[in-house]
Design a protein around this ligand. Structure first.
Ligand SMILES: Cc1cc2nc3c(=O)[nH]c(=O)nc-3n(C[C@H](O)[C@H](O)[C@H](O)COP(=O)(O)O)c2cc1C
Length: 192
């Protein structure tokens, strides 16, 4: 398998991390990957807030919810497993009000660039956006799209074929590694 496909296959969502700092060089590379992303009309309405100081990371973590498919005692990272970095993705509505796709592309670039350096990630839609927006000092023209958590993973995540349409929930195996069912290609593709 070529390198890009291998990167895409293994760049999964990770939810438990080593307590090891991510270097400034890698953080810069992650942010550069976001900067390089495509954007509608090249307006580039997104900006990024980097949270690296341990106390501030803990403050942000308190407003995040993890692994909705699992009971909290299984999915919520415990002390010693938590991410060491958050990057908040902010939509600047005065530049473009309709930029959720831009944000998705930027997040995809960031998580791939991170994984290329062995850094795992979890994008967190389920966060208290009102509280975080206040913490970040966002203005009324700035909308928090999401926060993305990063760290060196301390577990594995693997994909399995989804055998029935209802079996979309990811789960933990006996090693507490994530297993993520994906719909088979034949179930999602139609040729005209
Ligand atoms: C828009 C979006 C929002 C997400 N929000 C959360 C979240 O709040 N908490 C969480 O633990 N995972 C979150 N995830 C991660 C998904 O649960 C994960 O992508 C999915 O289970 C498939 O796993 P994979 O990324 O390894 O393919 C989110 C993913 C996406 C695309």
């Amino acid at each position: 398998m070529d390198q890009l496909m291998e990167l895409l296959r293994t760049r999964r969502t990770y939810r438990r991390f080593e307590q090891r700092e991510i270097s400034k060089e890698i953080v810069d590379e992650i942010l550069t990957a976001a900067r390089l992303a495509s954007s509608a009309a090249n307006r580039q309405p997104l900006s990024y807030i980097v949270i690296r100081e341990p106390e501030k990371v803990a403050d942000v973590f308190a407003y995040t919810r993890w692994a909705g498919a699992l009971p909290p005692e299984q999915g919520q990272p415990k002390e010693g497993e938590r991410p060491v970095l958050f990057i908040a993705v902010v939509e600047n509505l005065d530049i473009n009000r309709d930029c959720d796709t831009d944000a998705g592309l930027a997040i995809s670039n960031m998580t791939l660039a991170a994984w290329n350096k062995g850094v795992g990630s979890c994008m967190i839609g389920a966060c208290d956006k009102a509280a975080l927006s206040q913490m970040f000092g966002l203005t009324e023209n700035q909308k928090l799209h999401t926060v993305v958590a990063f760290g060196y993973p301390s577990h594995v995540s693997r994909i399995v074929d989804m055998e029935s349409p209802e079996e979309f929930k990811y789960y933990l195996d006996k090693n507490r590694d994530y297993v993520v069912p994906k719909r088979k290609l034949a179930d999602v593709v139609r040729y005209l």
